[in-house]
Ligand binder design. Sequence first.
Ligand SMILES: [Cu+2]
Length: 126
Amino acid sequence: MSLHAIKPFGKPLRIIALSLLALSSEAWSHAVVTESSLTSHPVKPNQPTKVVLFFNSGVELALSRVFLVSKGDVFHPVNIAKGKKAGEMLVDIPPLEPGDYALKYKVFAADGHFTENVIRFRVDNP
Ligand SMILES: [Cu+2]
């Protein structure tokens, strides 16, 4: 979206568009998961797994929490550690039976904001 394109619509819309731009640039600075190892390396049943979450910004581990959510909305705290690069987080997943799970995280980004989100994943029989 270019600012040029919205000029013909007059001032009110321009103000809205500008505040949207401000919001989106702020959102960009929050810690958002851009990728996870779950896509390339699905969790295999009944063996511990280290899942890597890739954030778009640095994350303060001491102020971040990750939970494994299993059937019935049961929350299990899991250990997290620093990855190789800034914005990489290692999550220890215990051995799991086949089924549907989720990782619910609340992370504290370098810009001082908390972000909460859920990543769903499935453990399939080999
Ligand atoms: Cu932020």
